[in-house]
Design a protein around this ligand. Structure first.
Ligand code: AMP
Length: 254
């Protein structure tokens, strides 16, 4: 496949900003998002950076960002365009969607856009599902390479190095394919002020989710969300001898 045909679709989720201390809602139904700073999912920033680099190297011709969610997701799409996406699509819905529903909506967008590569985050940091890319690849019948730390595209294939337990694995997948980004794939750039201004003029289309004819009814329900147990504070010892004494007499294996 030549670069003429190489369109990259980058799904982008709007999530609670990674610097925010997440609070669980009083009714334990989920995490508090009202009045909380929201941003682009960090793994999606990495996926987007990789897609933009492919275009800068002349290996991709177009980078299209797509976000599924309410009208507020326009802000992360504008950021995506400021970083380098050529255009963006908001698949608009007010429903809270599980990965299966997101993957079905993304599959419908893939059918419309016909990208050669879907480059996405390995997981969204809000609910850590780590599922959407894998489900999407299965729905499309496409190869998948998850947890990418190196991506090289040539001759209609992607060579993807994946981080696995105890090492790296390199796969070669035929395009079109789904690749999910791991932390070490790259270091995403910041959007510069001039590019933020330019991004305002880039096209942002809205597609109502209902229009895609997808059954988004939930198959799973969240039973309960709870805070992790509070850890007891540590102690500072005065000397190595005191440390040894504490280890011998007080430390317990839990
Ligand atoms: P998850 O399976 O929920 O951990 O998410 C994995 C990846 O799927 C994310 O990094 C995004 O690239 C994509 N994704 C998940 N939810 C959405 C969404 N609502 N809109 C766009 N992309 C999404």
């Amino acid at each position: 496949m030549t670069s003429e045909a190489m369109k990259v679709l980058v799904p982008i989720k709007r999530v609670v900003d990674y610097n925010v201390k997440v609070r669980v809602k009083a009714d334990h139904s989920g995490v508090e998002t009202s009045g909380v700073k929201m941003s682009m999912n960090p793994f999606d920033e990495i996926a987007l950076e990789e897609a933009v680099r492919l275009r800068e190297r002349g290996q991709a011709t177009e980078v299209v960002a797509v976000s599924i969610g309410n009208a507020d997701c326009q802000s992360v799409l504008r950021t995506a365009m400021a970083v380098g996406a050529d255009r963006a699509i908001l698949v608009q819905t007010d429903e809270a969607l599980e990965p299966l529903a997101v993957a079905k909506l993304l599959a419908a967008m893939v059918a419309r856009e016909e990208p050669s590569l879907v480059m996405m985050g390995k997981q969204a940091i809000d609910d850590d599902m780590n599922a959407t890319g894998q489900i999407l690849a299965a729905k499309l019948g496409w190869p998948q390479a998850a947890f990418a730390s190196v991506v090289e595209v040539s001759d209609g294939r992607a060579r993807v190095t994946r981080e696995i337990d105890g090492g790296h694995e390199t796969l070669s997948v035929a395009l079109p394919a789904v690749v999910t980004a791991d932390l070490r794939l790259n270091e995403p750039r910041y959007a510069s002020m001039p590019n933020i201004m330019k991004a305002r003029k880039k096209p942002l289309a809205t597609v109502p989710a209902d229009e895609l004819g997808v059954d988004t009814a939930p198959r799973l329900s969240v039973v309960e969300v709870v805070e992790p147990p509070v850890r007891k504070a540590g102690v500072v010892v005065g000397s190595a001898a005191e440390l040894v004494s504490k280890l011998r007499n007080e430390a317990k294996v839990v």
